[in-house]
Design a protein around this ligand. Structure first.
Ligand code: FMN
Length: 360
C-alpha cells in the first residue's frame, strides 16, 4: 500500500506531491456575479499552505443556467478569468496542485428561474438533445477556461444530485430517449461530457469525474453495481481519476451493513492506470490509511479541511486528535473561514458552536 505522503502521477503525467486532497467545499464567498472575492482567495490559500497534495475549488458554475446558489464561484465567462487566474497562481505558489470542480446545478440550480432537468416539472424543463449538447459545450468551455487560468486540472461534478447524477439516477430519470432507460442510456450524458472535455484540453491537463456510486445523502435508486460500471466507463473514456463521494469511504453502502466496501468494489472494476480518489468520514491518518488499504490512491477530506487547514502535516504528529464538532467560531475565523462561509455553515446542525443545534 502506498504511503499517504508519497507522490502519485496521473496517466496524463501530472504528479501530486502526496495523496491527501482537499474536497470541493462550497463556501459561498464569491461575488454575486461569480467573480472571485478576497475572502474565498484567503480561505483557499490558507489551505493550500497546509500541505495538501491537491486542492479543489468549490463546485463552480459553468453557465448561468446551472448557477446553483448565491456566492458560488463562476467559471462560466471570461469575466471570471482574472479572478480564476489569481486563484490558480496563488494556490500553485503555495505549493499545491489546484483543480476546478465544474458544476451544473440542474434541478438544484436555485439561481436559475427555470431549471434544466431530466423531465418537465415545477420550474423545471426537461432537457432536449440540443440542451444536452449545449451543456456539454459549456463544460468544455469551462474546462478550457480553467486551463487558461493556470489550474492543473478539472473535476466534472457528476455526484450529489446535480444534473449529471439526475441523469444517472433511475428515480430521477424517467426519460425514454437515448439519455434515459437502461444504465447505458442514463450514463450517456456524463460519458459524452467526459469525452468532450478530455478531447478539448491539453494532454497534460488532468480530467477527473466525481461520482456518487451509491445513494449517500438522499435516495435516488443508485445501485452499487451500476456505480461500479459507471466508474469503469469513466476510465475507458479517458478520466485521470474517479472521485467517490461517500458517507464512509472505508465502509459499505449506507443501509447495507455487511455489504461490500464501496471503494474496494470500484477499485476492482477500474483500470489500474486510473487513480481512485475516495472521500467521506476521514478524520485521522488511520482513517486515511484504511481508505488507501481499501483500494483508493488518494484520500480526500471535506469537513476536516475547514477546522484543520494544516491537516496533512498536523495529523502526522503523535497524539493528533481532530477538534470535535461543533467548532468554535473564533477558531474558524482564525483559520480564514470568512463571515459568509461562517454564516453558511452555522445553519448546518452541529457544525458551529452556537449555530444550528445538532439534530436530535
Ligand atoms: C460545507 C460543505 C460544502 C460542500 N460543498 C461541496 C461542493 O461544492 N462540491 C462537492 O462535490 N461536494 C461538496 N461537499 C461534500 C464534500 O466534498 C464531502 O463529500 C463531504 O463533506 C464528505 O466528506 P467529509 O466526511 O470528509 O466531510 C460539501 C460539504 C460541506 C460540508
Amino acid at each position: 500500500m502506498p504511503h499517504l505522503d508519497s507522490p502519485i502521477t496521473y496517466r496524463c503525467g501530472l504528479t501530486l506531491p502526496n495523496r491527501i486532497a482537499m474536497a470541493p467545499l462550497t463556501n459561498t464567498q464569491s461575488n454575486a456575479d461569480g467573480t472571485l472575492h478576497d475572502d474565498e482567495l484567503r480561505w483557499m490559500v490558507r489551505r493550500a499552505r497546509g500541505g495538501w497534495g491537491l486542492v479543489s475549488t468549490c463546485a463552480a458554475f459553468i453557465s448561468e443556467e446551472g448557477h446553483a446558489w448565491n456566492g458560488q464561484l463562476g467559471v462560466a465567462t471570461d469575466a471570471h478569468l482574472p479572478g480564476l487566474t489569481r486563484l490558480a497562481t496563488a494556490l500553485t505558489d503555495a505549493g499545491t496542485i489546484p483543480i476546478v470542480q465544474l458544476h451544473h446545478g440542474g434541478a438544484k440550480a436555485d439561481e436559475a428561474p427555470m431549471k434544466l432537468s431530466t423531465v418537465d416539472g415545477d420550474n423545471q424543463r426537461g432537457a432536449t438533445e440540443e440542451d444536452i449538447r449545449r451543456v456539454i459545450a459549456d463544460f468544455v468551455a469551462a474546462a478550457l477556461r480553467s486551463e487558461r487560468a493556470g489550474f492543473a486540472g478539472v473535476e466534472i461534478h457528476g455526484a450529489n444530485g446535480y444534473i449529471l447524477t439526475q441523469f444517472l439516477a433511475p428515480d430521477d430519470n424517467p426519460r425514454t430517449d437515448g439519455y434515459g432507460g437502461d444504465l447505458a442510456g442514463r450514463a450517456r450524458f456524463v460519458r459524452e461530457t467526459l469525452r468532450a472535455v478530455r478531447a478539448a484540453v491539453s494532454p497534460g491537463f488532468a480530467v477527473g469525474v466525481r461520482l456518487s456510486p451509491v445513494d449517500a445523502w438522499a435516495r435516488r435508486g443508485l445501485l452499487l453495481e451500476d456505480g461500479v460500471q459507471v466508474a469503469a466507463w469513466m476510465g475507458e473514456d479517458g478520466a485521470d481519476f474517479v472521485h467517490l463521494s461517500l458517507g464512509d469511504a472505508k465502509g459499505p453502502p449506507p443501509h447495507e451493513a455487511g455489504g461490500p466496501v464501496v471503494t474496494t468494489a470500484v477499485r476492482q472494476a477500474l483500470a489500474s492506470e486510473v487513480a481512485l480518489h475516495a472521500c467521506g468520514g476521514i478524520t485521522t491518518r488511520a482513517d486515511a490509511d484504511a481508505v488507501l488499504a481499501a483500494g483508493a490512491d488518494v484520500a480526500v477530506l471535506g469537513r476536516m479541511s475547514i477546522a484543520h487547514p494544516d491537516w496533512p502535516r498536523e495529523s502526522a504528529a503523535a497524539g493528533f486528535a481532530p477538534l470535535p464538532m461543533p467548532w468554535d467560531a473564533g477558531h474558524l475565523r482564525s483559520v480564514e473561514v470568512g463571515p459568509d462561509f461562517l454564516a453558511y455553515i452555522s445553519k448546518f446542525p452541529g457544525f458551529v458552536a452556537g449555530g444550528a443545534a445538532a439534530r436530535g
